[in-house]
Design a protein around this ligand. Structure first.
Ligand code: UD1
Length: 367
């Protein structure tokens, strides 16, 4: 099979790496397309290197912009690639704008070019239409020929939309393939703060528009971090979007007691998560990674599209809307719960072998 595999933004790279590898191992021809949605060294290139992903076969270089501009640029520049490659399959992962843009192009040319679309991480739903990711997920699933699901509990979501059929297949969580492969290397090369922490630490990440685009909400969350910093270290690798908002809102002084750093590389982030006493985040991926590592996680969201991390894993949602008191109380509860062993709280199929199941599903769905 010839298979286009698409990545564009930071959380995509750890999902495509094992898929590219498994395709090659099974004698297929992967064609790696990087849309360029993320482009900074720290948001993209370092991930490709650490995950040992070859240089992209096609780099679309679309960069930042409004949702409309970014999506349109990806569509325009991906279309000729699709026409030139004419793959059997196009594999898109997750819920970023690159996922949706490629799904739209493939579905418009599917019949003419005899090509098909598979969505890895299908079926997740937050129910929150204010999240751009929710629009991306729903539309991508609707357009997909093969919906590859990460956990059993998404059946109800797909059923509710009339999408549950033999096109849906449970394959497990492919991001965990990368996590488990990389954990020994990450531990061996852990940054100093994770290897020899002076005090137990909170690892915090923050980038969702719902948290960082509202000055009051952002200030409340940072005040909680400031309060926690009296008896814990608070490590905050900072997303470019959050960095820009802090400066615009004049909130930089709230960072004084925190250990603020540039975005971490993949291996640094795995090591930092593994050694943290608790993680506080609005990321989707970290909710899953903490669950597998057994590290308590507090999620700064009203709801999660990954409820299995709460019911089976180590995740909890902060009381909504987040206040400084609410965040502090949730972190204290999570700390009291303590750590579990690696893999102890892992849901079914979060086992390091999802990419093999994905490739098998693609093979079996060939005409
Ligand atoms: C995107 C995804 C989000 C994912 C997140 C992880 C969408 C709709 N959102 O959000 O689901 O959780 O990636 O990071 O696809 N920027 C840089 N350098 C970069 C990339 C971005 O400085 O390499 C800055 C730019 O100012 C840009 C802003 O970050 O405008 C936002 O980037 P964008 O890709 O639009 O969305 P993210 O917030 O990163």
């Amino acid at each position: 099979m010839k298979v286009i595999v698409v990545a564009g933004a930071r959380p995509n790279f750890m999902k495509v790496a094992p898929i590219l590898r498994s395709l090659r191992e099974r004698g297929h021809t992967p064609v790696f397309v990087h849309t360029g949605q993320h482009y900074d060294e720290a948001m993209s290139a370092v991930f490709l290197r650490e995950l040992e992903i070859d240089t992209p076969d096609y780099h679309l270089g679309v960069g930042s912009g409004s949702h409309a501009a970014q999506t349109a640029r990806i569509m325009e520049s991906f279309d000729p690639v699709l026409e030139a490659v004419r793959p059997d399959w196009n594999v898109v992962v997750g819920d970023v704008n690159s996922t949706l843009a490629v799904a739209l192009v493939v579905s418009k040319r599917r019949h003419e070019l005899g090509t098909r679309l598979a969505h890895v991480e299908a079926g997740l739903r937050s129910g929150d239409w204010a999240m751009p990711e929710e629009v991306n997920r729903v539309v991508t699933d609707r357009l997909s020929d093969l919906l590859l699901t990460p956990s059993r509990d998404v059946v109800d979501n797909l059923r509710a939309e009339g999408l549950w059929s033999d096109r849906c297949q449970f394959v497990g969580n492919v991001m965990i393939d990368s996590l488990l492969t990389s954990l020994p290397r990450a531990r061996a090369a852990a940054p100093a703060f994770a290897r020899h922490p002076a005090r137990p630490y909170v690892l915090a990440t923050l980038h969702r528009p719902s948290n960082v685009d509202d000055p009051e909400r952002l200030a409340g969350i940072l005040q909680a971090f400031e309060r926690l910093s009296h008896d814990l270290d608070v490590i905050l690798p900072i997303h470019p979007r959050t960095r820009a908002r802090l400066t615009t809102f004049g909130l930089d002084a709230l960072l004084d007691r925190l250990t603020v750093m540039a975005p971490l590389s993949y291996l640094e982030m795995v090591a930092a998560t593994d050694a943290a006493s608790v993680v506080v985040t609005d990321s989707g991926g970290l909710q899953e990674e903490t669950t597998v590592l057994g590290v308590p996680c507090v999620t700064l969201r009203a709801q999660t599209e990954r409820p299995v991390t709460v019911t089976e894993g180590t995740n909890r949602l902060v009381p909504w809307p987040p206040t400084s008191e609410g965040v502090v109380a949730s972190v204290r509860e999570a700390l009291a719960r303590g750590r579990r062993g690696v893999g102890e709280a892992a849901p079914e199929g979060w086992d390091g072998a999802a990419s093999q199941r994905i490739v098998r599903a693609l093979e079996e769905a060939m005409p």
